[in-house]
Design a protein around this ligand. Structure first.
Ligand code: NI
Length: 249
């Protein structure tokens, strides 16, 4: 159930059965010459929506712009500063906690968000630790990267081997092709050689110098919408099961 499509009365009723909520978080950034700028947000939203249906969970609004400073040398990319994203996440959590939500399960589509999301969780906990929490519910947050679920990784390896790479991967592009077949882009893409200095980078100019077309050792031309369907369904199934565990903990 998407929070966006519910009424306040329906949310009230849902809260009597469960205080959990799934929170999709993505990014708005370049994904190589053929990948959509919205890839990470599209994947997180579609997978969370499907996982929410399986688990009977409320799914909150997608955080569509993430921490992507290193992609800013590519046109169309957007970023929140880490400090801004921490504020956005803690305000989302605090708003929903006010109504009684206690278990926040973030489904993430972008590796660059991970350390900032974890910092945001600490910010939320620190608030309660410092002021004692008052009448607020005791909140617990979890972060899961859809593309790192073990069975999803195995399926991606099976489809693409080491051509999966690390950014603008065929698996994430495949999911967008399945979700948005109207927006598929195709081009011949020679696979970029691994950069001499490895896969570390600092700011946007450094990233672009190391990864000139935006990809990190990936071959997104292998993606198909059918692969995307399989990856999405597997991710949704495993995340729904893991979410149920999270509610029990
Ligand atoms: Ni991505």
């Amino acid at each position: 159930m998407l929070l966006h499509l519910m009424t306040w009365r329906e949310v009230e009723t849902c809260l009597k059965a469960s205080t959990g909520i799934m929170m999709p978080i993505g990014s708005t950034e370049q994904h190589g010459p053929t990948g959509l700028i919205g890839t990470d947000a599209i994947c997180a939203e579609a997978i969370a929506t499907a996982a929410g249906e399986i688990a009977g969970a409320v799914v909150g609004p997608t955080i569509g712009v993430g921490m992507a400073q290193h992609h800013m040398a590519f046109t169309g990319s957007m970023t929140l500063r880490p400090s801004t994203l921490v504020s956005v996440i803690s305000d989302y959590v605090d708003s929903l906690a006010r109504h009684g939500f206690e278990r926040f399960y973030f489904i993430n589509g972008h590796g660059g968000n991970v350390s900032t999301v974890r910092t945001a969780f600490q910010e939320v906990y620190a608030q309660t630790s410092i002021d004692g929490g008052g009448d607020r519910p005791r909140v617990r947050c979890a972060l899961r990267n859809w593309y790192q679920q073990p069975r999803v990784q195995a399926l991606a390896r099976n489809f693409y081997g080491d051509k999966e790479g690390y950014h603008a991967t065929p698996s994430e592009i495949a999911v967008t092709q399945y979700v948005r077949p109207d927006a598929i882009k195709v081009a011949e893409l020679p696979r970029p050689p691994p950069p001499a200095g490895g896969f570390s980078f600092t700011d946007a100019e450094d990233y672009r110098r190391r990864f000139p077309d935006g990809r990190m050792a990936s071959d997104p031309s292998l993606a198909t919408p059918e692969h995307g369907r399989e990856l999405l369904e597997l991710a949704a199934e495993d995340l729904a099961a893991d979410y149920r565990e999270f509610l029990r903990d």
